[in-house]
Design a protein around this ligand. Structure first.
Ligand code: ZN
Length: 201
């Protein structure tokens, strides 16, 4: 038997499915929302609905976007000859925070992980190749996470891209090994981008 009346139990259950929210936190948030005034609680519901209805992926780089192109791809001032390859849209935020990069991005949608069944076909590798075939790109920066999967992905892409005759670079070490770009401080990540080195396949 659920402890709480239907609707509040449903909310506790839904909140408990969110990443990083345990049963106790789910309960605390549910009761907070129950006690909050109606408008502020509904703003949260509305924000979730808006994200699901209005956000899609950029046609070019697969960043989150509100229109066909994300704000970065639509920005005329960005240097289209340099593409920074990242695993996840959140990594774009991390790189943007450094203010070291003025090119465009390509979001892979993850990293190679044979154990989890993630191969090149599960990532947006093919759209990257299409992009490189249709746009004038001089450098691809491999900005995947400094962990095992991220390194394997960078090595795979280096091998794949080096015959194309463009510069392929990997962000410098100095980032915490095994870490996540998302959590790197902007100074460290900025230095890693600045100190990137050319890699060959
Ligand atoms: Zn884009």
């Amino acid at each position: 038997m659920p402890v709480f009346a239907g609707p509040i139990q449903d909310l506790v259950d839904e909140l408990g499915r969110l990443p990083g929210i345990g049963p106790r936190s789910a309960q605390r948030i549910a009761f907070h929302l129950l006690e909050a005034d109606r408008d502020s609680a509904l703003r949260l519901a509305q924000a979730i609905a808006e994200v699901k209805d209005r956000i899609r992926l950029c046609e070019q780089c697969f960043n989150v976007a509100e229109t066909d192109l994300c704000t970065i791809c639509a920005d005329e001032r960005r240097d289209r000859s340099v593409i920074c390859v990242v695993e996840d849209p959140r990594d774009i935020v991390a790189v943007e925070r450094t203010r070291e990069f003025h090119g465009t991005y390509h979001v892979l949608g993850g990293a190679l992980s044979p154990i989890d069944g993630v191969g090149p076909e599960q990532l947006r590798v093919r759209p990257l190749l299409v992009r490189l075939g249709t746009q004038t790109v001089t450098e691809v920066i491999l900005c995947t996470n400094p962990n095992r999967e991220g390194e394997a992905t960078a090595m795979y892409l280096a091998r794949l891209l080096s015959p194309l005759g463009l510069k392929v670079t990997r962000i410098a070490s100095g980032l915490p090994v095994g870490g996540d770009l998302e959590y790197a401080d902007e100074l460290t990540l900025g230095r890693a981008i600045e100190g990137r080195r050319e890699v060959s396949g």
